[in-house]
Design a protein. Sequence first.
Length: 441
Amino acid sequence: MNHPESELQAKIRQQFDFVTYPRIPVEKSPKDDYESLFIHNLVTPYYLRNQKVIETKDKVILDAGCGSGYKALVLAEANPGAKIVGIDISEKSVELARQRLKYHGFDNAEFHVLLIEELPSLGLEFDYINCDEVLYLLPDIVAGLQGMKSVLKSDGIIRTNLHSSLQRHNYFKVQEVFQMMGLMNENPGEMEMELARETLDALKDSITLKRQIWKPERAKNEEWILSNYLLLGDKGFTIPEVFAALKSADLEFINMVKWRQWEIMDLFKSEDDLPAFLGMSLPEISVEERLHLFELLQPMHRLLDFWCGHPQKGQSFVPVSEWTDSDWQKAKVHLHPQLRNSQAREDLINCINNHKPFEISNYVKLPTLSPIHIDSSIAVCLLPLWDGVCTVESLVERLVKIRPLDPITLEAVSKDRCWEEVRELLDTLDPFLYVLLEHCS
């Protein structure tokens, strides 16, 4: 069934025909952008949900609202061997996306001019759907979620996001001003952008709204001014509205994309010195309530960026923190694909040779709030992970061989002690997904 394009959708399409998004040169490669690859790799959310490592070869991945195709290129780089499908309402954007993937040698990709609601017409099912910076522009976000769900495999995962109404409320105010001025009645062009710049620049510097949203250098960029001051169809949401939409679409929340940056306890001076009410209530509240409390106290995230999937399709598992000795002895260790790069390996070897700490968080900072350093004397046991999957036992045996004598007793360091050190290291790195631990029965 064809869905007729609304007047607003037609204007949004025209806006993105006028300025294709994102404006990134076709020849630019994301190969060294480990953080972006980390987010767009199916391995990341799949492990968070199932504590299993998934192979991306032959998986089918959708970029819903692909724009000029840069995120589709990131998805192709992050998921080796996967088929990439992109859709967008802008024909000019779709043509640029085709050129981009072809330029970088990805032949297993196809792009279509299509609404999200029309996805079933492709006759495909997807292992992973990326819908970035799109959902909040749809007339009905539940219909958009349902459209993606209808083509999602049973264990598939959707990554999508909505603008935060709490963090972005000043931009919504200035958009309302420009609507009153008639700058958003039609597709904003050069004249409307210049009037927007002149209006904000003419305000006194003491005006609260100007202080909060006027960025003269960034406003010279057409893409930026259109996606902030003059974005047609822009609207914001709160965490409760996200969860309500997921419930209406019969989808299950998995996690926030920047999950470590949504931790409510990080907002307090001391976790051990909370007011009595918070100390008793925080451990008992739901995930939705924790996230909503965070956005009320610290509305720092422009995007409410999350993963979701079909209800009750995640695999049950025992958290690493609860593993027994037997669990550890049977476990396999993977290095996250985005750490398994030649630069990280070279840096580790240099740190080992020079007896310097290895900053493992240097390549993907997203899961951390501060740098994570590993003493080179223990980091050395991770080196085999660049060549492939290892057992915990093999890492321990490696450490036993290279450990020097105990400096106090001058006796050989025991295997039990090496076991404890390796377990402690892996247990520390697993929450950040720098290493991925699989329980093998």
